[in-house]
Design a protein around this ligand. Structure first.
Ligand code: PLP
Length: 392
């Protein structure tokens, strides 16, 4: 008999009942250090008092009104995002997948509005993840995501990751946009080199091609800058954001330059829930905390400590680990043993980590994790690696 909940997830036998900061408590009263943070969603940890207060204050006044009306909370969050980024305008969604849908629509309509309706193709990269809709799996293209779901949407071509010659060869008069995660998350914490991102920007400038960054996982302070692409000193034309932006409230956004967004006029796109007062009140509070030099300096400081200790961990378990990768608090341990075995051994040591492709274990702790908790994480990872030595 089928599970009453559609069984599309491989769930661990853990059920959490409460959380505080970087810690979760399960239904047996056991505490776990959360190094996955809902896959980078709980940017400020669990039950953050400032976010709880923002949510409660808004909940007492007004949960939802339609986008038929003015939503001042949405306006305020859009202004905060525009002020801190390359973007001139923002559309709010409930998820990363919905952000992908709009990014694709925006790129196609941009060219259509210029009488160049033949520029429809979007270049993407192997190992990418952009969500689970038909457009999103068509964009990523991997067998793992697309198997059994044909016909896929046309208009996407996957290229080897971070290969500028492949991009040059593929780019032609039908190309609308290039879409890339500056750091692949699901793909195994694979950063695109800064030089490659700059070359993409230059190529897009030369050819008028739109550059779309998917910062759903690597954005919102995760790498120690508000957005990961800032490290490369360039900016996209369109950017997808989600996960961390709501700190646990379902929220996403597409940020765009005025030129890229110009064809998205009234009636061309919409969302019932996207940008509702509750989500935007929480998102605004989170922005006010995260998008400050002091907070981002703390992320960088903690990331430096975490990374250095992870390098030590890898050095002391050469049979288990190959290397540390990533940036800021978006870290990956490339494993020699099965990554899922390490995740499992982590559960036994009271830590939560997340597997990714390429046999990587992901560490995406809350951005405000304490230095003590980083020490606890390293000790638990060390003990988990030792458990793997003892097993065949
Ligand atoms: C999680 C993720 C998405 C999809 O976001 P959902 O909110 O699950 O729809 C898209 N892109 C990247 C890079 C992601 O990590």
């Amino acid at each position: 008999m089928i599970d009453t909940v559609l069984p599309t997830y491989n769930r661990a036998p853990l059920a959490f009942v409460s959380g505080e900061g970087s810690w979760l408590t399960d239904d047996r009263g056991r505490r776990y250090l959360d190094l996955g943070a809902g896959i980078g969603v709980n940017a400020l940890g669990h039950a953050n008092p400032d976010l709880v207060k923002a949510l409660e204050t808004q909940a007492e006044k007004l949960w939802h009104v339609s986008n038929l009306y003015q939503i001042p909370q949405q306006q305020a969050l859009a202004e905060a995002l525009v002020e801190q980024t390359f973007a001139d305008t923002v559309f709010f969604t409930n998820s990363g997948t919905e952000a992908l849908e709009l990014a694709v629509k925006m790129a196609r309509r941009y060219w259509d509005a210029q009488g160049k309706g033949e520029r429809t193709e979007i270049l993407t990269f192997e190992g990418a993840f952009h969500g689970r809709s038909i457009a999103a799996i068509s964009a990523a293209g991997s067998q793992k995501l697309t198997q059994g779901f044909a016909p896929l949407l046309p208009g996407f071509t996957q290229l080897p990751f971070a290969d500028i010659d492949a991009v040059r060869a593929a780019l032609d008069a039908s190309t609308a946009a290039i879409l890339i995660e500056p750091i692949q998350g699901e793909g195994g914490i694979r950063p695109a080199p800064d030089a490659f991102l700059r070359e993409l920007r230059a190529l897009c400038d030369e050819t008028g091609t739109l550059l779309i960054f998917d910062e759903v996982q690597c954005g919102m302070g995760r790498t120690g800058r508000l957005f990961a692409h800032e490290w490369a000193g360039i900016a996209p034309d369109i950017m997808m954001v989600a996960k961390g932006i709501g700190g646990g409230f379902p929220l996403g956004a597409v940020l765009a330059r005025e030129t890229a967004a110009a064809a998205m006029t009234a009636g061309t796109h919409g969302s019932t829930y996207g940008g509702n007062p509750l989500g935007c009140a929480v998102g605004l509070k989170l922005m006010q905390i995260v998008a400050t030099p002091e907070f981002l300096a703390q992320v960088n400081e903690k990331a430096g400590i975490f990374r250095q200790r992870l390098e030590g961990l890898v050095a002391s378990h050469p049979q288990v680990f190959e290397e540390v990768r990533g940036a800021g608090l978006m870290l990956g341990l490339k494993c020699k043993r099965a990554n899922t075995d390490l995740v499992q051994a982590g559960y036994d040591e009271n830590i939560l980590t997340v597997p990714a492709a390429d046999n990587v274990v992901r560490l995406l702790p809350p951005l405000n994790i304490s230095i003590d908790d980083i020490a606890t994480a390293i000790a638990a990872l060390d003990a988990a690696a030792k458990r793997l030595h003892e097993r065949p």
